[in-house]
Design a protein around this ligand. Structure first.
Ligand code: HEM
Length: 164
């Protein structure tokens, strides 16, 4: 699984940090030289919805028993929570927009504000997701795209430096 994370990062390196030579001087671009492609939205059209639902199921099997993040989730709502995350990912990865119809705009920072997402909680969440990713038949390069999307979103959701 380490390899997947490493190659996702390598993929980013390819897109950024481009150096061009112009009028004899070297200019470092802060923007990728290649126009950005909405990669996450290519996932569902290519691999279908069931694998993503399977991924979220494998993830929740783990989260429920996790000492660090498990307690943050409302008890007795595991099935509903699983559907919310699965619907969101299906929507965000280019599939049906059921999430928007059921829940409205994602506003994920706002919806996570009451949970103490410290760097440690973020890393644990991502670790459980990485284990779940290893369990489902998600082919490359889509596994990398999904890993990168989840990892960046999880970092974006960090809202505390400490848990107390
Ligand atoms: C970084 C660590 C994270 C923690 C500790 C965390 C925790 C939680 C908790 C406790 C809930 C409430 C469960 C529910 O009732 O639905 C929730 C909901 C949700 N989370 Fe996270 N989350 C994390 C990262 C993420 C990431 C990376 C994503 C998306 C890529 C995500 C997407 C969602 C969605 C879509 C919901 C349901 C929102 C709604 O419609 O109410 N979360 N999360």
């Amino acid at each position: 699984m380490r390899n997947r994370l490493v190659s996702a990062r390598d993929g980013m390196t390819e897109l950024t940090g481009t150096t061009v030579v112009s009028m004899g001087s070297r200019i470092r671009l802060s923007e990728p030289a290649v126009p950005p492609v909405d990669l996450p939205s290519t996932v569902i059209p290519a691999i279908g919805e069931p694998v993503i639902r399977q991924l979220v199921h494998a993830f929740y099997q783990r989260v429920q028993h996790d000492a660090l993040v498990g307690g943050m989730y409302p008890p007795n709502e595991w099935e509903a929570a699983e559907t919310r995350l699965a619907d969101f990912l299906v929507y965000r990865l280019g599939g049906s927009q059921d999430y928007l119809t059921k829940r409205g705009a994602p506003r994920l920072r706002m919806r996570h504000a009451s949970f103490a997402i410290t760097p440690a909680a973020r890393n644990r969440w991502m670790e459980l997701m990485t284990e779940a990713l290893a369990e489902v038949p998600l082919p490359q390069p889509y596994a990398n795209i999904v890993t990168q999307f989840l990892s960046e979103t999880a970092t974006f959701l960090i809202n505390r430096t400490h848990s107390h």
